[in-house]
Write a new protein. Sequence first.
Length: 289
Amino acid sequence: MAVTGGPGRAGAMRLGQRLGPTTAGLGRSLAGLARGAADLVLGDSCAGCGEHPGLLCPACRDALLGPATVRRLPPPPGQRPHLAAPEPANLPLSGRPEPAHLSSAGWLEPVGLPLAGAAAYADPVRAVIIAHKERGRLPLSRPLGDALAVAATALLESDLGCGHDGRPVALVPVPSRRSAVRRRGHDPVLRTARRAAATLRRSGQASTAVAALRHRRKVADQAGLGRSAREHNLHGSLAVRRGAADLMPGRCVLLADDIVTSGATLREAVRALASSGVEPCGAVVVAVA
């Protein structure tokens, strides 16, 4: 597992010294945003801790902004490592889980999509995500989008990154079900991805959010389902919108979501994109459960 630091309140200002020009711009942008606390929604308590006035207190904002972790999306349940072939060293990495390296036990380990998360899915981060998604605190898309931008920057600069060589980034949000959008009045991940793309652009990284995915059928509520049941429930549920694949060539495609638990949703998104000839370079989330 590769680990890359993301900016906290003070860390945002030091970020460029540690990780290079792209992150330097992101660090300056986020440091400025941290100083701009005047835009907090006064009269409400902090969405993270509930103990301070305003939308989000500095400590809870820091909790959202790293340090980011970069690792591999786990393979589907039931997929087992295979005996190693004699010459595994140069096997390719791609968006689909493929054999890629030998473990110390001599087995060929399955390798998944590179995945970066800005924070752990625990309070106060959990409370912020729920307040944005379920309680209509829409201004939280700003700090959540900044956290997603931290994760994207960590992934692009990590050893697991695709070596995107300055290519524009396309953030592809995992879509909410239409019924959920109607109930909530917004699509939280799309809002967050749009903010993340804007934050990346301010840091000097060309970026856009592309709502490329749609639901093609109903799925059962994932709550209470085991890993295998989640995988079966979601398989085949997503499709690429007409014409969206034409927007991807020449871009570093990163799937975006608010949290990752079993990884079933992201794996389904990878499948849907791959079926249209789009191989994502990685996935980024606000929080890892």
